[in-house]
Design a protein. Structure first.
Length: 277
């Protein structure tokens, strides 16, 4: 399904200013959860099997969509506070479409606790929604940005449990900077995620440098890239294709059926020593 989704009902870019920059963005999505069968005795002649659903803290979800014997889904509501964008350095203070596309891809691809224990860094976290989703899927996420860290921290703390917060961190990090700026976290990370970070050609080289500095050949890198302007878009593709990466564009059929857009790609990158030679 490669139809153009520009102007789709979910798109943040068609929302009025108050909804886009002032009111919180509230997103309810089904997150897969593991479950097991618990047998209990009842007044019936034979035991009755009941599906018992528990989250990572052992608590039942507040809402449940019944699934089959192997998996179920709980509705999770994420609330993201936003602010007006005042400069190119503060574009992350609102939710962008690319973050929703990548978030839904993570949910659909990894399933219940599919990122459990995985060391993940998010570049250009902005409001934090994609990193929050990764943490809800079990990832140990380091959120990074250069501005708006107070807003980012508020969103992370409001949407994750105390147990999940123990395995997350927030760091001020500029693209292209050496990894020691992220201490005590060490490189390489097991996964790098970045949503809608290609919007100004001047930042592309630094972004790609960070992708290289923070990874090795085993690191999975996922970047959502929206065509905002031709110059920055071409600069990104040239940098990764000529750089030390194996570059794969995730087929549109693997994007979420609703949260997809013909102008938004999900790009998978993997460092390759053979390309570095």
């Amino acid at each position: 399904n490669d139809k153009k989704m520009e102007g789709a009902e979910w798109s943040r870019q068609i929302k009025p200013e108050a909804e886009r920059y002032q009111r919180p963005f509230v997103w309810t999505i089904p997150l897969p959860t593991t479950h097991h069968r618990v047998c209990t005795l009842s007044s019936s002649p034979s035991p009755v099997c009941v599906v018992g659903v528990r989250d990572e803290e052992g608590q039942p979800p507040t809402h449940l969509i019944c699934g089959d014997d192997d998996r179920a889904e709980s509705l999770t509501t994420i609330t993201i506070h936003q602010r007006p964008v005042l400069s190119p350095a503060s574009v992350g203070t609102t939710v962008w479409d690319g973050s929703l596309v990548l978030s839904k891809y993570l949910v659909n691809t990894y399933g219940p606790q599919g990122l459990k224990g995985k060391r993940i860094i998010e570049l250009g976290s902005g409001c934090g929604i994609t990193g929050i989703v990764a943490a809800l899927l079990g990832g140990h996420v380091v959120f990074t940005d250069i501005t708006g860290l107070d807003l980012l921290r508020e969103n992370v703390q409001n949407n994750l449990s105390s147990l999940q917060l123990e395995t997350t961190d927030i760091k001020q990090y500029s693209w292209g900077a050496e990894a020691y700026n992220l201490a005590p976290h060490h490189t390489p990370f097991e996964m790098i995620i970045a949503s809608d970070v290609v919007y100004d050609w001047r930042f592309v080289a630094s972004l790609v440098k960070s992708l290289q500095l923070l990874s090795d050949e085993a690191t999975q890198i996922l970047v959502s890239v929206q065509l905002h302007d031709v110059e920055s878009h071409e600069a990104f593709w040239e940098a990764v294709e000529e750089g030390p990466f194996i570059v794969t564009k995730i087929p549109r059929a693997q994007h979420d059926a609703v949260y997809q857009d013909a102008l938004i790609d999900i790009v998978s990158l993997q460092l390759s020593h053979s390309k570095q030679k």
